[in-house]
Write a new protein. Structure first.
Lengths: 388, 347
């Protein structure tokens, strides 16, 4: 009798387990909603949440809904790991979105050995786009190295007279230094002269010596990386005061609306790479979906920065991987999701990016945008540039 | 109520655990700590490890700041030195835990002594400045001494080994962390009632009188620095194994300040205060987050508002504590104990 009861109970538990698994696809997230990355974290989180809500509204992934579970991690590694473990223990999601490069590195050993879930993040670090060391991790766009690659290709094609020259201006952080070795190599390959490398502190106010160094070398382009805002405005204003027509370029985090608003007139001509279409671009079907969704659910919101779009796009990637698993009749779990991710070729994302192909768990593609001060927005300055 | 508790020898009167009740409760605690990893989930074990590391480091800072009165804003740097030592030794030469932990402590102690040397001449806010400088220098060194520290990307730490066992998971690390924390607590509690420990307190309360009593200020202060940073170094080494990667961003100035908050909230100059402070400062934010999480099923988007709010609540709690219990959680504990000592005949 007892044995029978246990057997029935066991079947019940297994059935309940599978029934629940068939219900929803769970995605966990440790989001930097507070702390110094919160300015982007709130938007990244909203983008991801909205993408899932939009997918669910439109029938889900092959009829299955996505359940999104997030918690604040405050941009601190120890807290973020705690959030990761908590969500993994309580909800057992099959995919996870992390707050930083640091979190990706800290959980990597256990991710590879124990947890085995598909892991995306806010990070564009080149270090994480390495399927050998981080088999479950992907970067939802180009890495910082790729961003430099795209910018340098643009510089090589638009040399502004003679041999193209460029200066690298980066911060003394992991974020800032990440792409520099690759960028040096790439510049050499493309025949671009790197005339100066300047390292500055994030948030520096007095940048006189850095500006003087730039004025002395007179590069045609300066690529600034590893900052969000300060000292970018100070440097641009400083160099403009000397009457130089150097073109300034930025990478993803310094390509949001904030920089145009802060710089005002001086933003004219500021360029940079963005891997996704902007929220105000017309004629992009996915952006129209996004706008329609926002008009319905967040009627007060007028603009969404590129961090929101990163979140939304990552949401699409998660959903696509799950969809591929379901199409092929694979169980939706880490290893299969990775296999699905690696199989993505020329995937149409409604113009948010050109057709997406994952190469080494990243998408080495981007577009150079230029600030238009009259319109107060970024407009495309090049076509999509795909790195080989 | 405690009755019939008579001591017949000095040794019995000086024992760490003086009454049968205390011995029973400590026994319960020990059994609880031993059983914990076998029953708790991954998340709780992770938090326990984090609390354990914080306890070790906080005791170190309490010995330095609470007992000896030498304020330090460089505690994160001491932890960092220990973490990098352990990470370097483990990653480069594959040395086991029982070598890397003492080595990490020793290197941090050496660094602490160097940083602490000016403390003979300066104290109070001035010493805070000097230790702040040490923090800045250490952070700079972590970034720029690339051959040793791996620069900005840091060092990936292999799983530690102890007696042939590989301690890869948080659950496996729980053992060493709790053992070291227990050892550290026991040592500090004993130190407190010995001559060197009383010398610390004498220096804190009035350095001139201490010197008149024959206490060497220089030696005592340096000893406090060495000891405090030894604890920090060992905690840092465990942190390195625990986080599995060490980067300069792990040991910012805010972490030093966090540790000062831990010992102040816990109770300056008490060993048990360091433990209470570590538990409080680690678990309360987690608890607040869990509370915020409880509304998730009803208002999924409430988290975006509640998360920043829980920081505010946490800040308010700290201010409240300082206002209503300036001696920290240790004093609350003492009061609770006093209450039960006479209970139910309070008057």
């Amino acid at each position: 009798m007892i044995r029978k009861v246990i057997a029935v109970m066991a079947i019940g538990i297994v059935a309940a387990g599978t029934a629940q698994a068939a219900d929803t696809i769970k995605v966990g997230a440790a989001q930097p909603l507070t702390g110094r990355f919160a300015f982007a974290g709130v938007q990244l989180n909203q983008g991801l949440a909205d993408a899932f809500a939009w997918i669910n509204e439109n029938g889900g992934v092959k009829g299955r809904k996505i359940e999104y579970i997030f918690e604040d991690s405050g941009y601190q590694v120890d807290k973020a790991v705690a959030v990761f473990k908590k969500i993994m223990a309580e909800h057992k999601p099959v995919m996870f979105y992390g707050e930083s490069t640091g979190l990706g590195k800290a959980i990597a050993p256990e991710l590879n050995k124990t947890y085995k879930v598909l892991y995306g993040s806010t990070s564009f670090s080149s270090e994480l786009a390495d399927p050998k060391r981080y088999p479950y991790t992907f970067v939802s766009g180009p890495t910082y190295s790729d961003m430099f690659g795209v910018l340098l290709e643009y510089v090589a094609k638009n040399p502004k007279g003679g041999r193209p020259t460029v200066a690298f201006f980066y911060s003394d952080t992991e974020f800032g230094k990440d792409p520099i070795p690759y960028a040096r190599k790439k510049a050499k390959e493309l025949g671009v002269d790197v005339v100066a490398e300047i390292v500055a502190k994030v948030g520096a106010v007095d940048v006189t010596s850095e500006v003087l160094a730039l004025v002395k070398k007179k590069p045609a382009y300066v690529i600034m990386h590893g900052f969000v805002l300060s000292p970018i405005p100070q440097v641009i204003r400083g160099v403009r005061d000397y009457g130089l027509d150097t073109e300034f370029m930025g990478t993803f985090w310094s390509m949001s609306q904030m920089i145009i608003d802060k710089l005002g007139e001086d933003a004219d001509g500021y360029m940079g790479i963005n891997p996704y279409a902007y929220y105000y671009e017309t004629g992009v079907p996915m952006i129209q979906n996004m706008r329609a969704f926002n008009a319905k659910h967040h009627p007060d919101v007028k603009h969404r920065p590129n961090s929101y779009i990163q979140g939304w796009f990552t949401g699409l990637v998660f959903a696509r991987c799950a969809e591929i698993c379901l199409e092929n009749g694979w169980e939706v779990k880490g290893d299969n999701l990775v296999k699905a991710l690696e199989s993505i070729r020329d995937w149409d994302v409604g113009g948010l990016m050109p057709p997406v192909t994952f190469v080494n768990h990243k998408i080495p593609v981007g577009r150079v945008y230029k600030a238009d001060v009259q319109k107060k927005r970024f407009v495309p300055a090049s076509d999509w540039i795909r790195l080989k | 109520m405690l009755i019939g508790d008579f001591k017949e020898t000095y040794a019995a009167d000086e024992a760490l655990l003086r009454t049968p009740t205390v011995r029973v409760w400590v026994g319960v605690l020990v059994v609880g700590l031993v059983l914990f990893p076998f029953v708790a989930g991954d998340y709780l074990v992770y938090l326990a490890d984090l609390v354990g590391i914080t306890v070790i480091s906080a005791i170190g800072l309490n010995l330095l700041t609470g007992f000896t009165g030498l304020i330090s804003l460089g505690h994160a740097a001491f932890m960092g030195v220990g973490a990098y030592t352990a990470a370097g030794l483990a990653a480069r030469w594959g040395l086991p835990l029982w070598v890397t932990l003492p080595a990490a402590g020793a290197s941090a102690a050496l660094f602490g002594v160097i940083v602490g040397a000016p403390s003979l001449r300066i104290k109070g806010l001035y010493l805070a400045m000097a230790t702040l400088a040490a923090q800045v220098i250490a952070e700079f060194a972590f970034v720029h001494l690339e051959p040793i520290t791996g620069g900005i990307r840091g060092i990936n730490v292999p799983a530690p080994s102890l007696l042939g066992f590989e301690l890869g998971s948080d659950r496996a690390l729980y053992g060493p962390i709790v053992a070291v924390a227990a050892l550290g607590t026991w040592f500090a509690a004993n130190l407190k009632r010995s001559a060197p420990g009383r010398a610390f307190v004498a220096v804190r309360d009035r350095d001139i009188s201490a010197e008149l009593m024959g206490i060497s200020l220089f030696q005592t202060k340096l000893r406090a620095f060495a000891l405090g940073s030894f604890y920090a170094g060992v905690a840092g080494a465990l942190w390195a194994y625990f986080m599995k990667v060490v980067t300069p961003e792990h040991f910012p100035l805010t972490m030093s300040i966090h540790y000062l908050a831990v010992v102040i909230v816990g109770g300056l100059g008490t060993v048990i205060g360091s433990i209470f402070g570590a538990v409080f400062m680690t678990l309360v934010p987690e608890g607040l987050r869990a509370l915020a999480g409880m509304v998730r099923p009803y208002y999924p988007e409430a988290m975006t508002v509640l998360s920043p709010l829980s920081d505010v609540v946490f800040g308010g709690l700290i201010v409240g504590f300082l206002l209503f219990e300036p001696h920290g959680l240790a004093e609350v504990w003492q009061r609770t104990k006093r209450f039960f000592r006479l209970w139910p005949f309070v008057h």
